[in-house]
Design a protein around this ligand. Structure first.
Ligand code: CP
Length: 332
């Protein structure tokens, strides 16, 4: 297969998912398969018994080196709903605080016959590094690394659009706010353009837009009102202040004046436009409460779809790992 190295690392020799590290370079057919699989898992949450046996007997370890509410809890629920045994390592009380290296921690967890690591880390590239260093039959799922990638968030956003809108190639999608520091925006752009979206708009002040954004196949806007004109989907982003190493903005209130999504501004978009936000939201900084809680908002639906997407990715990666192992054994 003619794929970039980051995509090759994620796939088996026959193109099945075995790690999920970033959307960059993954084929459209695979993204569509993730969406279809996740869509079939949405109903599991409504069942009396919220479980399917796909990961029975497998051990999933959640390794969150950075804070999280939504991603960590939905990964845990997803693994439980797939019937896996789940271990949540508390990094604050683990031997990491005694100076143990990341790789030594992983080697010890691997020695417990773990099958999958779900990793969030503040360093960009941490998940790729682990996937290259850990033995080949452990699946690595990136739960967010620095400002690089957050592929399950991007795919749950795609599932939200897929379930509430027409096909991707007909849509106008606006991503608003701190694009520069956002691992979510980066993977959303890759996912939207791969799935066929022709009109992706990145809206924000120049200081928070990436240089050479047009090379990604998107259009940039500094004016929010102009950028929102006639769009079907609005994705608001949080100001990632923890990743800002200098002053990118005059003040939060001036930012809200220029880039906050208010009811008045929402009128620029199509009347049936949907409003999304990966969370955590900052009311009165990125978004007005009436919009965040309004009828066009799907912010809480996104959280629920996160369980289905994570179930899809985990079950597909585990099956890809098993297939890869069989190929390797047959070649020995
Ligand atoms: N969207 C997201 O990644 O939220 P958390 O930081 O709470 O996991």
């Amino acid at each position: 297969m003619n794929l970039p190295p980051s995509a090759q690392l994620q796939l088996t020799e026959t193109g099945e998912l075995r790690h999920f590290l970033s959307i960059d370079g993954l084929p459209k057919t695979l993204l569509e398969r993730i969406l279809d699989t996740a869509n079939s898992f949405v109903v599991v949450g409504n069942q009396e018994v919220k479980k399917v046996p796909l990961l029975r007997g497998k051990t999933v370890v959640n390794l969150f080196f950075e804070n999280s509410t939504r991603t960590r809890s939905t990964f845990e629920l997803a693994a439980q709903r797939l019937s896996a045994d789940v271990l949540n390592l508390d990094i604050n009380t683990s031997a990491t605080s005694k100076g143990e290296s990341l790789l030594d921690t992983l080697r010890n967890l691997r020695a417990m016959h773990s099958d999958m690591f779900v990793v969030r880390h503040s360093q960009s590239g941490a998940a790729h590094f682990i996937a290259q260093q850990v033995t080949p039959n452990v699946a690595i799922i990136n739960a967010g690394d620095g400002r690089h990638a957050h592929p399950t968030q991007a795919m749950l956003d795609m599932l939200t659009i897929y379930r509430h809108k027409a096909s991707f190639d007909q849509l106008k999608v606006a991503i608003v706010g701190d694009i520069l520091h956002s691992r979510v925006a980066r993977d959303q752009v890759h996912a939207l353009t791969t799935l066929g979206c022709q009109d992706v708009r990145l809206i924000g002040p120049n200081t928070l837009l990436p240089t050479a954004a047009e090379e990604l196949g998107v259009t940039t806007y500094n004016d929010l009102d102009k950028g929102l004109e006639d769009v079907d989907v609005i994705i608001m982003l949080r100001l990632q202040t923890e990743r800002m190493d200098s002053a990118f903005l005059p003040s939060a209130s001036e930012y809200y004046q220029a880039y906050g999504l208010t009811r008045q501004r929402l009128c620029k978009a199509k009347s049936d436009a949907i409003v999304m936000h990966p969370g955590p939201i900052n009311r009165g900084i990125e978004i007005e409460s009436e919009v965040a809680d309004g009828e066009q908002s799907l912010i809480l639906n996104q959280v629920g779809y996160g369980i289905a997407i994570r179930m899809a990715v985990m079950s597909m990666a585990m099956s890809g790992q098993m297939q890869q192992r069989q190929i390797m054994e047959a070649n020995q």
